[in-house]
Design a protein around this ligand. Structure first.
Ligand code: HGY
Ligand code: MN
Ligand code: MN
Length: 400
């Protein structure tokens, strides 16, 4: 499975993946998913929001057990964030068939669309739409950097944008969703364990800061006459670092757009996107409030206008305790496996769906902790341990 996925959407320059929603690379990943479903004799379907499902047992049955993740990537993402959960779900099914497991509940493997939000700016679009946490109107207004709207992009990829919307009946048929994911930190490396279980996801969001000044000549405009938005933006980046460090949170300006974007022109607009996350809501509010206040002061000092818009927000997620205890019980029976429980600052479809049904996550050790980068890594032994743990969990939840 890895060998087939390896070249899809890979940049030869960076070695990273560019698998953005509704692009050619995304379509190739989707073809791969369908082939994996078909070659295993699973019933394949695409839901109204473009998420892909592969069913063993009756797709219309009740109390289904679902495993999976996503196949899209951030710009120059690693190979594991997303695909590890989908590949492991197929591998776990193969393992269970090898064990002769007898399924008493429907089992599905899922690929949620547009998890990273790399193209349209909002993460987890597929699961948010399904859970009713993103309205159809909001989704129809999403636009990429080239001005292409989500509906046009879906259409171009052969999907029907008028079909999108909440899917409560589908979610009501699912008894448990388990997402396996490469760890995006070093907690497991530090405890020396191959696999962990998630406790909670930090609240997190994305904010757009538009600093508007005045375009002018870089050679002839006196420093005192300038209204340069780059200065207030730069100071705001430093303020974000300061506020986050003070609060024990994180804040990142990782994306920027500059107009007119000329070497010899003072910018008229600097647009920066802030991603900030903290262990609790109060801390996050304090950090983002502090950054915004500082940005306003810098804007005034440089004669620049500032507009701040929150583009997305995901509240804290505490994973279902009953399902988590069930996972601990199932995996606790394995003398060779100690499974620590960890929190994470990364967002996931399992977090979005946690408001609609019991969800849980398994993490696989990442020896460097690096993620959202071509250097992301997980050792083969640990991936195999992840598959075995997922197989045990699925067997415990779906088999006699
Ligand atoms: O940005 C995130 O937390 C993610 O990996 N979707
Ligand atoms: Mn990610
Ligand atoms: Mn992911």
């Amino acid at each position: 499975m890895w060998a087939e996925l390896l070249p899809i959407g890979r940049s030869s320059a960076s070695g990273g993946y560019r698998r953005f929603a509704w692009t050619g690379a995304d379509a190739e990943c989707r073809d791969w998913f369908r082939e994996q479903a078909e070659c295993r004799g699973l019933a394949y379907e695409v839901d109204r929001n473009g998420n892909q499902w592969a069913w063993l047992g009756d797709p219309a049955g009740q109390d289904a057990v679902v495993a999976g993740s996503h196949l899209d990537s951030v710009p120059d993402g690693g190979a594991f964030d997303g695909p590890l959960g989908v590949v492991s779900a197929f591998a776990a099914l193969d393992e269970l068939r090898g064990r002769g497991a007898r399924f008493v509940k429907p089992l599905a493997i899922v690929n949620f669309g547009d998890e990273e939000g790399a193209r349209f700016g909002l993460a987890c679009v597929g699961s948010r739409l399904t859970a009713g946490e993103l309205t159809v109107d909001q989704a129809h207004r999403l636009t990429d950097g080239d001005g292409v709207t989500l509906p046009r992009a879906m259409e171009a990829a052969g999907y029907d944008p008028d079909a999108i919307g909440p899917d409560p009946e589908r979610l009501a048929r699912i008894g448990a969703f388990v997402e396996l994911h490469v760890e995006q930190g070093r907690a497991l490396d530090l405890t020396g364990d191959a696999v962990g279980v998630a406790s909670a996801i930090w609240p997190h969001g994305r904010w757009r800061f538009d600093f508007r000044g005045e375009a002018n000549h870089a050679g002839t405009t006196r420093l005192v006459d300038r209204r340069d938005p780059m200065l207030s933006y730069a100071e705001t980046v430093l303020a974000a670092r300061r506020e986050a460090a003070l609060a024990g949170a994180v804040a990142t300006f990782g994306k920027i757009a500059v107009e007119p974007n000329g070497v010899n022109a003072i910018p008229s607009l600097v647009r920066g996107w802030l991603d900030s996350r903290a262990a609790d809501q109060q801390t996050l509010d304090k950090v983002v409030g502090g950054i915004e206040q500082a940005a306003r002061e810098y804007a005034v000092a440089h004669g620049v206008d500032l507009h701040v818009a929150r583009e997305s927000f995901t509240p804290v997620v505490e994973f279902d305790h009953v399902l988590r205890d069930e996972l601990a019980r199932i995996l606790g029976g394995r003398a060779d496996l100690k499974v620590p429980v960890l929190g994470t600052g990364a967002g996931h479809d399992a977090g979005i769906l946690s408001g609609s049904l019991p969800t849980a996550m398994l993490f696989v050790r990442n020896p460097t902790g690096v993620s959202h980068s071509p250097a992301e890594f997980a050792a083969e032994d640990d991936c195999v341990a992840g598959v075995r743990a997922l197989a045990d969990v699925l067997e415990g939840l779906a088999c006699t």
